[in-house]
Design a protein around this ligand. Sequence first.
Ligand code: ARG
Length: 587
Amino acid sequence: MKKWMDLLREETVAAFVEAGYDAKYGMVNVSNRPDLCQFQCNGALAAAKEYHKAPLAIAEEIVPILSKSPYFEKVEAVRPGFLNLTCKNEMLAAYVNEMAAAAQFGAEKAENPRTIIIDYGGPNVAKPLHVGHLRSAVIGEAVKRICRFAGHNVIGDVHLGDWGLQMGLIITELKKRQPDLPYFDADFTGEYPAEAPFTIGELEEIYPYANAFSKTHPEYLEEAHQATYELQNGNRGYLALWQHIINVSVSDLKRNYENLNVTFDLWKKESDAQPYIPDLVQYLKDEGYAHISEGALVVDVKEETDTKEIPPCMILKSDGATLYNTTDLATIVEREKLFDPDTYIYVVDKRQGLYFEQIFRCAKKCKLVPAETEMIFLGFGTMNGKDGKPFKTRDGGVMRLENLIAEIKGAVYDKIMENRQMTEEEADEIARKVGVAALKYGDLSNQASKDYIFDIERFTSFDGNTGPYILYTIVRIKSILKKYEEMGGSYDAKVSSEVNESELPLLLKLVGFNEMTQTAYEEKAPHKVCQYVYELANAFNSFYHETKILAEEDEAKRAGYIALLKVVLGVLETCCDLLGIEAPEKM
Ligand code: ARG
């Protein structure tokens, strides 16, 4: 469906042209003074300069022309030259009825779908998933859904960190603890056991221990480096151990992500890019992109217009070792080969911004990707505690995601049990859904790049701009519809063109839906969905408080309200789906 705003714009453009002005002045926006009008055109102010006329005079010329349009109830010229526009209710209602019948409530799919790779999640194997990875998973999942809704081919890749020193540390520590395992026997030629020699619990304990130990024991650290090197160069026993570590870790990660309603299309790993490295390095050398600087192989990526220093992108260290950079560039080579993406989106902590700037420049300069490929770094800020410092647990440690979910779920559970009668199982299931929504919405409602404060009290509140408030609104509508069905009501009516005052803000919000999803896609901005869904929920709740719905005696009127509720429900649910949150049946 054409966007509502575009329909209005067509009218204003035609009016400006008819009055002898350039089409570009027929711009329209949502009014920032909703008490005065619904929409506004500031074109006369802009045209005044070019045409050397008073803005108000121009606006006054437009009024009689625009008043003929079927869309507007009222067109007014006001000082210093604004055009205040009020739409005809019947046009709004007709548009909403059209939305009700259209796919995706009238949000069209892209005509030319792009192939988009989203690199998000980015957990590191064997290291516990912590809140630092929460944001990437939550934001990336929403961005994936928003892009898909807009009609693009989206591939979400978790891009596991599985190739660094953490592997060497774990191997070294395991060797110390269980030296007799066959993985450490160089003469072992048989089949390694199918069962991993550790559980996820042990694995999670080993890494922090080994990491801390290596900080004070240089010889241990050296051993871990050596083990990493041997792993990366094909030590058979270490590779078998590494495979165990991945298997145990991945099933744990999948469970964690599932709890968050986050799913990946690809479970690729840093190690998957390793086979591409030798050719990549050769290519960079042969084409003269890379040169040796202080022993290391680097690609210069600074540009004349830079205002800050952009250091060269390092490809190989002076000892020939590869780096995070090398892996990311090789991953790009692999993604080009497998998927030929039009767009890359990396959802990573914004502190890696400079790093990705180097990677993007290097990829473009060295023609690893076509010049027109879009490379987007979606950097997110830090989740802080109430003290404004990065979020920690009460004992000062980094909070594990699992505990965080459990904590927020507990808070919701208490709230539900406080004032409602339901079984424990029911409350448990509801608390899970609502808790996840509280957590995700609390994150997504902020612009991703900003830091935000994790406030369990606020996030789980049933009032205000929170996940539970949105879900509560959905549940409320569902229960009205259920009662309506029990009364024998049917759904064949349409939203009435006789719009009352409390319905109007709801219609005005609904007609902006497809514009909002488009903007959220263009800006890769889940917070735009949150803002919209919150405003829509507010508009609905005001309507609900001011209107007798089921108690309305006029049957046609009641059926019209129900038709409206249906659209509101559908749009609210669609928005929740874009955010990756689910509503329970009751709460
Ligand atoms: N594993 C990395 C980390 O924990 C994030 C990976 C981000 N993605 C990438 N392609 N580098 O910091």
